[in-house]
Design a binder for this molecule. Structure first.
Ligand code: HEM
Length: 205
């Protein structure tokens, strides 16, 4: 074997060693990255667990008292939204054992069974159950039947804003869930507008 051939072979071996070293360095860097990410994930998971536990101990909620429809797990259960007629909705006023309690506001129907202390038979707000009484939410008029309607003609801006507030409360509630809509009868434009309610209660909330 000539000197030139030996030199060539030596060069090949050197470059093989170098590329092997480069590969090893690449593998080291990749596994270093993986370990770094794994540690970050571990620390993040520990912090989340600690926060949830502490929050539960202090506020009895997992997210430091924050409550909205996004923290209501019931909203993550897939369910088909149902279209009710007003007559069908009446069945869900809490008087039929085994059926949920539903109420509607601005045409959206919510399952409020977990608020049966408010809406169940004999409860202070049972008149909202099984119907769309949007007007009464705006006028605060719980004493007159003609306000238990979805007819919002003639309401003031403040009363309409009040309705939006109640609607948002049901929509973002921690225990209630939207189950569908009610196909409301159109309002006869010739029908008289319900007169203002003199016995309206002041709204405390
Ligand atoms: C002086 C009159 C009133 C008082 C003292 C009163 C008091 C209360 C109280 C203490 C609660 C429970 C709040 C909670 O635990 O989160 C409540 C809930 C409620 N109030 Fe009144 N209220 C009055 C008038 C009204 C009126 C006029 C309306 C009509 C829009 C109304 C609608 C409601 C509803 C729908 C709930 C249940 C909210 C839910 O499901 O979470 N209240 N009320």
């Amino acid at each position: 074997m000539g000197t030139g051939e030996l030199r060539q072979r030596g060069q090949r071996t050197d470059s093989g060693r170098q590329s092997g070293a480069r590969e090893a360095a690449g593998v080291d860097a990749r596994s270093g990255h993986r370990t770094w990410w794994r540690n970050v994930a571990r620390i993040a998971a520990t912090l989340v667990c600690l926060s949830v536990c502490l929050s539960y101990l202090i506020t009895e909620t997992a997210l430091w008292g924050h409550q909205s429809k996004w923290t209501n797990w019931r909203n993550y259960v897939p369910r088909r939204q149902r279209v009710f007629t007003p007559v069908e909705l009446r069945q869900y006023d809490g008087t039929s054992p085994g059926l949920p309690i539903l109420l509607a506001i601005e045409g959206d129907v919510y399952d409020v069974t977990l608020g049966s202390g408010f809406y169940g038979p004999g409860s202070p707000y049972s008149l909202f159950a099984g119907r769309d009484a949007t007007r009464a939410f705006g006028t605060n008029c719980l004493s007159r039947k003609d306000h238990l309607t979805h007819d919002t003609r003639g309401l003031t801006q403040g009363e309409l804003a009040g309705i939006k507030g109640w609607h948002a409360l049901f929509d973002n509630h921690q225990r209630y869930v939207k189950v569908g809509v009610v196909r409301l009868d159109p309002i006869d434009p010739g029908a008289p507008i319900p007169p203002p309610c003199d016995g309206a209660q002041p709204k405390p909330h």
